[in-house]
Design a protein around this ligand. Structure first.
Ligand code: MG
Length: 440
């Protein structure tokens, strides 16, 4: 996805009274610094590369944002001297060493809730070296300043008199890098409006009409409107998530033959961890469908003294690494360290009757509470009857993954609480079952 340049070097004179010594990017809006809302929006639109042009109080922005990885972004900085600002166009010239062949530019104080992929597609399909987003404003949000004809901007003047134009500059523009290169050495401060007006004269500025209004925090009333909008979105975002609860041993990773006790057991050392075929791919698929993945695993070895918490952590770590090499990850992992009897001669605070050891549903219920999950849309998937019982007790749908023959799984059907919603023989089947389940 195309790189985004954010112009965040400005002083923000109109909002200073509310900023309290903060740069505009860090002014709190709906309980978070403004720039975090911009980043979340960009990340949701699959944007990864961001160049932040910083000047006034730029060090505070850098300190807060860092490399942007918290939002899944790669943020680089083009710094300018706060006492000799270059203007919005000059900031782009200054950022040239970081710019890709094509990029989008937006202001550090605007929030533009549009489909960025649609904008990029339109730019890629056009023939102009630049494309400006416009909004059919009709004097609604600010003075209209732009006229559009046949897909091109034919007039653009930030100081246009009221009533002379129908559209307003929406705040997102795409450029080809070579266009900005022509302004190397141009006197500063250089406003981006100069570049845009040059393009209008050359009939080389495409127009893209944004379907929804923009928000900007340059003025206190704009900030309040954005706050109302974000709070509403936030509310919509807190709808609960569907989850796939996954058993660990025998479901995601193979069991290990324990020679000492002559039985199949959980891996105790990282090098014993082997992925079950298809598990990682399944996790990738369902996560893309919007399910949270929560691993729920009984680890009674802790209570029995056959496994330390550090060993368990190392095994989980290895499992996460192996999954990551196939692009998969879980959202959360919950384990039960308890066992009702423990091991003769070993005393442990974990020996007790708990609420979390499957077939009890405690781990699933805790995850549901801590991650806002919707059990009615969730699945518990595992290879054991205790998994199915736990899922049924939590009132989610249940899937037994097993290669056992039907006569061998008869025992599931003697105990009503252990009857799964469906049975799959492998993760390929599991994927199609989830896909054909009711839409989320
Ligand atoms: Mg298992």
């Amino acid at each position: 996805m195309m790189q985004v340049v954010i112009l965040a070097g400005g002083v923000g004179t109109r909002i200073q009274a509310m900023a309290g010594g903060l740069p505009k990017a860090l002014i709190p809006v709906a309980r978070r610094p403004f720039i975090e809302h911009q980043f979340t929006l960009l990340a949701k639109n699959q944007i990864r590369d961001v160049v932040l042009c910083v000047g006034h109080l730029g060090h505070l922005i850098e300190k807060h944002v860092g490399d942007g990885s918290r939002w899944g972004l790669r943020v680089q900085y083009a710094r300018e001297n706060p006492s000799a600002l270059l203007g919005t166009g000059g900031a782009l010239v200054n950022a040239l060493p970081l710019l890709q062949d094509k990029f989008m530019v937006m202001y550090g104080d605007s929030y533009l809730p549009i489909d960025y992929a649609a904008f990029v597609r339109a730019f890629e399909q056009g023939h102009c070296p630049a494309m400006m987003s416009v909004y059919r404003n009709a004097e609604q949000w600010d003075h209209s300043n732009t006229r559009v004809a046949e897909g091109h901007v034919v007039f653009y003047d930030k100081k246009a008199t009221a009533g002379t134009a129908k559209f307003i500059d929406y705040g997102l523009t795409a450029f080809r890098r070579d266009l900005i290169q022509r302004y190397i050495g141009y006197p500063v401060p250089l406003d981006m409006a100069i570049i845009l007006q040059d393009l209008v004269k050359a009939h080389a500025l495409a127009a893209w009409e944004a379907p929804t209004r923009f928000y900007e925090i340059g003025k206190p009333e704009g900030l309040r409107e954005l706050e109302t909008f974000l709070n509403r979105m936030d509310h919509a975002d807190t709808t609960r998530h569907p989850a796939i609860f996954l058993d660990r041993d025998g479901t995601i990773n193979e069991m290990v033959y324990d020679e000492t006790h002559g039985l199949l057991d959980s891996p105790r050392r990282p090098e014993q961890v082997v992925l079950i075929p298809g598990a990682a791919e399944f996790m990738c698929h369902v996560r893309r469908l919007g399910y949270r993945i929560v691993v729920v695993t009984n680890q009674p070895g802790i209570a029995k003294g056959t496994l330390t918490l550090a060993e368990l952590e190392a095994v989980n770590q290895r499992l996460a690494e192996l999954l990551a090499t196939e692009g998969a990850q879980w959202d959360a992992l919950y384990f039960c360290p308890h066992h009702p009897q423990g091991w003769p001669g070993f005393s442990s605070p974990y020996v007790r009757n708990c609420d979390c050891r499957k077939p009890k549903p405690g781990l699933l219920l805790r995850a549901t509470h801590e991650h806002d999950l919707d059990l009615t849309k969730s699945w518990m998937i595992g290879d054991g009857s205790n998994d199915i019982e736990a899922g049924n007790a939590a009132k989610c749908q249940t899937m037994l993954i097993t290669k056992l023959k039907i006569e061998q799984i008869e025992r599931f059907y003697t105990l009503e609480s252990a009857v799964p919603t469906v049975i799959a023989t492998n993760f390929t089947e599991a994927t199609s079952i989830i896909l054909s389940a009711q839409p989320l």
